[in-house]
Design a protein around this ligand. Sequence first.
Ligand code: ATP
Ligand code: MG
Length: 472
Amino acid sequence: MPDIILEIAQRFHAAKYSIHIVGGTVRDSLLGRTVTPDTDLTTDATPDIIKDIIAPTHPRAVSSVGERFGTVQIHYDDPTASESDPDKTIILEITTFRSEQYLSDSRKPDVVFGNNLEEDLLRRDFTINAMAMDPLTGSIIDPFGGKIDLEAKIIRAVGNAPKERFAEDPLRMLRAVRFAAQLGFTIESSTAKAIQSEAHTLQKISWERIRDEMCKILLSPRPAIGLRLAAELGLAQYFMPEMIYLQGVHQRPGHSKDVFEHTMRVVQNSPATLTSRWAALLHDIAKPRTYSNENGQVHFFGHEDIGAIMAKDILRRLHFDKPFIEKISKIVKMHMRVNAYIPDWTDGAVRRMMLDAGEALPELLTLSRADITSYRQDKILRASALSAELDERCRKLREESERVPIKSPLDGNELMQIFSRQPGPWIKEIKEHLLSLVIDGALAPDDKEEAQRIADELLHNLPQSKSTPNVN
Ligand code: ATP
Ligand code: MG
């Protein structure tokens, strides 16, 4: 525990106020999970008093966000910050008990204080998140059996009326799924039933809050568990029905794995980055829409193009930023091209693919690898070998292009000078032709002499209307 928390706890005690660590930090420390730099604390002191007490501790910043709810956010420089991460910050959020029965002048008796802490914990979402810890003694306050549920790996709503708890804040339903994915826990049955019956109320929640939980599910160690739960409990249909439609769509007649199961495996196979996992989730999203069956042959013609459009729709709906949307859409659009790789591809074909992929190339290659979900060992080996070969060729060509960048050996100015011509559309035409020869490996990017010879030949063949007449 950071020293600053101990110092703050001592100051609160000296001023005769209580202070406890609450929420995720308590849960994670009992689990032995890496504790995040953010720590939530709760106290009977009001925000003004909180600020007075922490004033002498030299915080880097104090903000009053959420003060309406009694929250003060405090930033400290992290003494464990390293040269590589000098801006490491400890963030503390201290919240005044959330209790209607809070009486400022009856702090003394333990009972009243105990009630207040308990009421604060009662308002939290799940028993494993509703424990408090005294920072000075390390003792745990656990009125709802959070420790037992932690040991049993169970996510259970606080109190006896889970439906009401979800009605208070429907996002809690998706949080339950998120914790299941992050921690590998099971959602207790009456809590799960309540989610099923209240799932429709998720429609009241902002797209941003849903997006953030979805991202946490995708980044977790068990994204497929989270996505399956979101589908089974009836939540997904309210924010991403397209994912549900993948169920029951089979890649081959009588083939056991449907597109949903295939997608779950690809997501699980992908590295835990937002780009890779979202691309995996959306790569086959248009298969239900493009399904066709001709005499027992199943096709998904153009699913990558329609999928690229659908991916944009879905990510826009969830209010992602434009560069992210464009990148995922490009990966979806190009994934079949990469999957179609065979060793016969010329360097030119590989270079073209690399140029089209741009900065999405690494994730595109990763997706192609994750997309191998066959149960047949021989197929897996063959596909993995191809994927590794393409990876290696891209690596070599990238190194090469770092030494000599892929571009036309002559730029517009040089062309105008050499041929004494005015600027005009002819420049683009010639440059594109020269560039395409460079991409194909037929012309070195620094071979100006050969480029001039080719350009000269081309200029003679250009129709008069397209070329601009000589200056003189
Ligand atoms: P993490 O920070 O790892 O995402 P966390 O449990 O700390 O997990 P936060 O969103 O930081 O989650 O919230 C801190 C605590 O506040 C939770 O542990 C929980 O006790 C409470 N809490 C958060 N959101 C809600 C909510 N929607 N309803 C009820 N209690 C909540
Ligand atoms: Mg937290």
